[in-house]
Structures are given as structure tokens and as C-alpha cells.
Design a protein around this ligand. Structure first.
Ligand code: FES
Length: 658
């Protein structure tokens, strides 16, 4: 019998020969197979679990692995040993064997998750845990604590040239003595030792934040499993300095310490949200070792403590564009002392890390199809492109889509009218209110309304109302509200549609104008990108953000918010920016990917492009006067539906692909 045995690892299929008696973990290391371990083969962590498999040339044979010994039978780690599995660090290879590595024992694996909207992505850990045991100091061995740990990390884990954070070095002796000369360290990027715990420790956490001008969303994740442990949102306290982005820049311009105040406010909110998330998950702040932040350029600058004022005037030059790396303590977060901070790159003064997060999550750069990705807020961030080319712009839509500047407008919170249908003959409305789920003509609606109340109409509701009024012929192509029936009432020198009586909620001529301005700004921005790309149509549209999640694509198209596209290729992307932050938190490869993409995105500046105004004016009408909507010909009033195929969209698109 030869000294060696054949071993095949599944699912990778990697194979080779190892000396009989080699443990499965060592065999995996020799063959470069991805098998997890934190304890370095001491039978403590339970991450190396494997099972025996078979292939036609190597049938299953129980004697191919050594029988369980004391290490396995005595194993009582936090991860229970699943029935039928072995500890890879204990099971020795005695004969030809097939070893099956389950996903949870792989370091780089695909994680499939239901919330938030990221469905699947590969984990490529940036921070890894390593357990080491070191010899006690003696008169014969005067190495420092740091040398002792560094030598053990090199010997057990092959990690050389490590840099120890000051806080780690300062806490090393206490950790070594408390852990009986064993510690677990967290190593970032295979280079920096950023945290230390006494003895064996197998939990590291990370935080992903999406800092919006109105709200901040945060998620706490287990960095090894990719599991979201807690999610929470908070209002951005900077609102007291100004409702929208430009008013915050103005605040910084008008007040000597204005930017500092806003920085302090947002950092406090982040730290307090971190505390909420950690306590919701029953975790410790000390276990949080990495933080990722996305946000628009102004939020990006304020979180990082950079002066936002240059972003308020041409040429809108940001302080930095590259991905920004620092420690979490730089932005005042009390986590593990060496916890790191990563902020996604920004493209230019108006296209920020939130847009790059959305791009990372949606991946237009990974597709052939031409995708339009729109994130609508006070500004609309627009990305158009595919694997060959990506263009981005930001369009000043104003706050109308968020319910502001609308007579009875409000944010999308419980009690807001979010859906509207209007009978084209009688003009009688049906509504649905956030928090109810029932239409106004359904049983139980009144009870729901009594419970939650009706407070106003949010962005999606106003869009549906305007679109339905247009389809019913109450609003003409120019956006003028025409008198008709009892529900259209005089409102000074114009007319308003009475959508609801108690409380009174009307759609006024000014509301229609506000929506026209907002949608024309968005469409004009989109159109600029399409011009630059040389296309008249796009293959698919993804609507990101809270607004994009609520809006019905048909109505978005009816009012001309988005360009023509197959309706079934228009869909909501959810909080794509936040999903991008989560992906970047879990994957070093994803960080490198978005850094490379950001460097090649072509920025189109709406503020200085002369055609923006032209497109803007042309896009004021309903749907609007300059372009076709063949996909709407079934729903548009007869006198507004354009003839099919008047323009050469496909030809132009194909030209751009070449
Ligand atoms: Fe830790 Fe096997 S490597 S238990």
C-alpha cells in the first residue's frame, strides 16, 4: 500500500494526493481548498465540519477516515457538530476519500438572504479571526507580547508582516493573561491586527449604514455568516439645519461652525443607531470591527467631517472621490477600538457613494442589457449603462416626490394616501392608505382609517392621482386642471380635484405643476444620459429607494417620469444603496469591484449641459411632447397615444452597443 491517498474535495472538485494520516484540514490547506477554521485545528471552533461523499471512482468507505477520537467526541463548541459530519481538523485521511465541504464551512461562499433586498452575493471576508496559543514569557525567552503573538500567527496561520493597532498592542498583555496565554485576534486584509480577545472568540460583527438626508438606515451583520442580525432606521437629525441638501450647504455657508454642528449631529445619530442595533441583537459593541457607510456626496462629506461648501457651487469639486478608509473612531463610533471604516467612492459632486452602492447592488456594469437605474429623492440619481459603458447624472427633482411642496403632501408614513384610482366616467376616487392595505371601497377600510387616520398624500399617491386625472381627461396634456363634474372645484383662478372629503385632501393646479417640474427634471436628466449613450429606449428600468418601491411603474410612465420601456421590465430595486453597503461590508472583492467601476463612470453634469433645459421644457407635458410611449398606447387617452414605432429606438440602441 502506498504512503499516499487520493482526496477529492467537493463542491470545488479540487483533488490531489496527501500522505496518509494527514488531517482533512491540512489536506485542504495543502491543496488550496477553502475550508474555514478559527482555532487553527485545535477542535474548538467547529468551523471545519465536513462530511464524506463519493464519486464513481471513489465510493464512500468509512475506513477512509480515522474514527472519531477524543478531540471530536469531547467537542462542545458553540457550533454543534451536525450528525454525519466530522471535524476536518480531527479526521485523518487513511484511504482514498471524497470530502464534501458544506457552505457554512467555506470561507468564501454564496449567501442567500431575504432581507434587506440583497438576494445573494459571495462573501469575501475582509476581517478574519485567528486563535493562537503562545508560550509564557520566561527568563530564557524575553520576547515581547507582540512578538510572541506575531510569531504564533506566522507559525500557525502563515501570516507575516502584520501591523498591530496601538489599541491591540496596549491590550495584548491583559488579553494574554486573561486567556491563559491564548488569544483570538481579528486581522483586516491579512495585514492589520485590529482587535484582540482573551482565549477563543468566534464572533465578529459589522455595521452597514445608508445615510440619507432624511433618514439613516443601519444593519448589523455577522461578518462570518453574512446574516443580518438587526436592522433599524432613524431620522437624520440634520433636518433641523435644513430640510434638503442645498439648505444644509447654505447652513454651512452662513454659519461659521455650521458644518461642524451637522457633522456632530449625524455622527451622534450613527453611534446611537449602532447602540440600538447591537442591543437588539444582544451583542457587544466590542465585537463590531468594521463599518461601511454610503450616502450622497453632502452626507458623505458631513459624516467624514469634510467641508461640504464646495459641493454647493460649480465646479462642485468633492474633497475626495476614492473609496475612503479609516478607523470607525474617526467618525466618533465607540466600537472595538481598532474597528475600521470604509466609505464607498463617489463619482462627482452630485453622484455619491449611495449611487455607487446602488450600482454595486444592481450591477448594471455586469450586464449586456441597457439598464436605467433611478434613485428618486430630493435629487434623483440616474445611472444608465451596461457592461460596456456607464453614465451617471443627478437631477434636481426637488422634494415634490417626497410629498413636500404639495398642498396636502406628506412623507410615506402610516396614514398617507399611497394609491389612487379615479373612475374616468364619474370621477369618483378609490384610495389606499399606508398602514391599511385595503382599498376605500373594501370592507374594513373605515375601521383601518379610524385606527390610523388619513393625514395626507405621499409621493406615490400624488403621482397616481395626477396620472389617473390625466387618463380621465381632467388634466390635459399641458397639465391644466379642467373643470368637470362635482369633484373638480374652483380654487381661486384655477381648479382643484377633491380627492377625499374628510379630511379634505385636494389635488390643486399648483400640485400638478410641482409634479410636472419634478418629473420634467428627472426625465431631462435621463434624456441627457440617453443622448450621450445614443439611444431612444432602454432595456430595463430599476427604481430604487423608498419612493421607487411604492410607485407603480405604469403610472410613472403615464406621467412621463421614466422613458418608454416594456412595463414588465420596470421594477422596484428597494433600498439598493443600503444593499450595496451590505455587500461591501461582506466582500473585499466587491469593494475592489465598485472602486474600479466608479473610476470609469462618466459623469454628465445636468447643471451645465445646455440641452438639459431643452429637454426639461419638452418634458413638462403629459406624458410629454417630445418622445413616444408605444408601451402605453393601451392606457393613454386616444388623442394622446402616439403612433407606434415612430422613432428608431432599437436601431439607436444597437448602434450604441457597437
Ligand atoms: Fe477549529 Fe477544527 S479547525 S474545530
Amino acid at each position: 500500500m502506498s504512503d499516499t491517498a487520493r482526496v477529492v474535495f467537493l463542491p470545488s472538485g479540487r483533488r490531489g494526493e496527501v500522505v496518509r494520516g494527514t488531517t482533512v484540514l491540512d489536506a485542504a490547506r495543502q491543496l488550496g481548498v477553502d475550508l474555514d477554521s478559527v482555532c487553527g485545528g485545535r477542535g474548538i471552533c467547529g468551523r471545519c465540519q465536513v462530511s464524506q461523499g463519493s464519486i464513481p471512482t471513489i465510493p464512500a468507505d468509512a475506513s477512509a477516515l480515522s474514527p472519531p477520537g477524543e478531540l471530536e467526541t469531547g467537542y462542545r463548541g458553540r457550533r454543534p457538530l451536525v450528525e454525519g459530519r466530522r471535524l476536518g481538523c480531527a479526521a485523518a485521511i487513511l484511504g482514498d476519500v471524497v470530502v464534501d465541504i458544506p457552505p457554512e464551512s467555506q470561507v468564501h461562499r454564496q449567501v442567500v438572504r431575504k432581507r434587506p433586498e440583497v438576494t445573494s452575493y459571495p462573501i469575501d471576508p475582509i476581517v478574519r479571526l485567528h486563535y493562537v496559543e503562545v508560550t509564557r514569557p520566561s527568563l530564557d525567552d524575553a520576547r515581547s507580547d507582540r512578538e510572541r503573538v506575531a510569531d504564533a500567527l506566522a507559525a500557525d496561520w502563515g501570516l507575516g508582516g502584520l501591523r498591530f493597532d496601538h489599541a491591540v498592542t496596549a491590550g495584548l498583555h491583559a488579553a494574554l493573561t486573561a486567556g491563559d496565554w491564548s488569544v483570538t485576534v481579528a486581522v483586516h486584509s491579512g495585514r492589520d491586527v485590529i482587535a484582540v480577545w482573551p482565549g477563543f472568540h468566534d464572533r465578529i460583527l459589522g455595521l452597514a449604514f445608508d445615510v440619507g438626508s432624511t433618514t439613516i438606515a443601519g444593519h448589523l451583520l455577522d461578518l462570518t455568516s453574512g446574516e443580518v442580525l438587526a436592522s433599524a432606521g432613524a431620522m437624520n437629525p440634520q433636518i433641523r439645519f435644513g430640510e434638503d441638501l442645498m439648505s444644509r450647504v447654505s447652513y454651512a455657508m452662513m454659519n461659521e461652525r455650521g458644518a461642524e454642528e451637522m457633522t456632530w449631529a449625524v455622527r451622534s445619530a450613527l453611534d446611537s443607531l449602532a447602540g440600538d442595533l447591537v442591543s437588539e441583537a444582544g451583542a457587544s459593541r466590542q465585537d463590531v470591527v468594521d463599518v461601511v457607510v454610503v450616502g450622497n456626496p453632502i452626507m458623505h462629506h458631513l459624516v467624514l467631517g469634510f467641508d461640504p461648501r464646495p459641493l454647493g457651487e460649480a465646479p462642485f469639486a468633492p474633497a475626495v472621490r476614492d473609496a475612503y478608509e479609516s478607523t470607525a473612531s474617526t467618525i466618533g463610533m465607540a466600537l472595538a477600538p481598532g474597528a475600521r471604516l470604509y466609505v464607498l467612492p463617489i463619482v462627482a459632486g452630485h453622484v455619491g457613494a449611495d449611487t455607487m452602492g446602488a450600482v454595486l447592488s444592481e450591477g448594471p456594469h455586469r450586464r449586456q442589457a441597457l439598464q436605467l437605474l433611478v434613485d428618486v429623492g430630493t435629487n434623483a440619481e440616474i445611472v444608465l449603462g451596461n457592461s460596456e459603458r456607464l453614465l451617471a447624472a443627478s437631477s434636481p427633482t426637488g422634494p415634490a416626490f417626497e410629498g413636500a411642496q404639495i398642498t396636502h403632501g406628506q412623507r410615506a408614513t402610516p396614514g398617507a394616501i399611497e394609491r389612487v384610482r379615479i373612475d374616468p366616467e364619474t370621477l369618483e376616487p378609490r384610495i389606499r392608505v399606508i398602514g391599511s392595505g385595503r382599498w376605500s371601497d373594501e370592507e374594513g377600510f373605515s375601521d383601518d382609517v379610524a385606527r390610523i387616520g388619513i393625514n395626507g398624500i405621499c409621493g406615490s399617491g400624488i403621482i397616481e392621482a395626477v396620472a389617473e386625472l390625466f387618463l380621465a381627461g381632467v388634466i390635459d396634456r399641458d397639465g391644466v386642471v379642467r373643470p368637470r363634474g362635482d369633484r373638480v372645484v374652483a380654487d381661486g383662478r384655477t381648479f382643484a380635484y377633491r380627492l377625499w372629503d374628510d379630511p379634505e385632501i385636494s389635488i390643486t393646479q399648483n400640485d400638478v405643476r410641482a409634479i410636472q417640474l419634478a418629473k420634467a427634471a428627472l426625465y431631462a436628466g435621463t434624456r441627457l444620459l440617453m443622448d450621450r449613450m445614443g439611444v431612444d429606449r432602454v432595456d430595463e428600468i430599476r427604481l430604487a429607494g423608498a419612493f421607487g418601491s411604492h410607485i407603480d411603474p405604469k403610472y410613472a410612465m403615464v406621467i412621463g417620469l421614466i422613458p418608454d420601456c416594456d412595463l414588465d421590465r420596470v421594477s422596484a430595486a428597494g433600498n439598493a444603496a443600503g444593499s450595496g453597503a451590505i455587500i461591501a461590508l461582506l466582500s473585499g472583492a466587491a469593494r475592489r469591484e465598485i472602486e474600479a467601476v466608479a473610476a470609469r463612470v462618466e459623469k454628465v453634469e445636468t447643471a451645465t449641459e445646455s440641452r438639459f433645459q431643452e429637454h426639461f421644457v419638452a418634458a413638462m407635458g403629459f406624458p410629454h411632447s417630445s418622445h413616444d410611449f408605444p408601451h402605453l398606447s393601451d392606457v393613454l387617452p386616444r388623442d394622446t397615444a402616439p403612433p407606434r414605432g415612430r422613432r428608431g429606438g432599437r436601431r439607436s440602441r444597437e448602434r450604441s452597443r457597437r
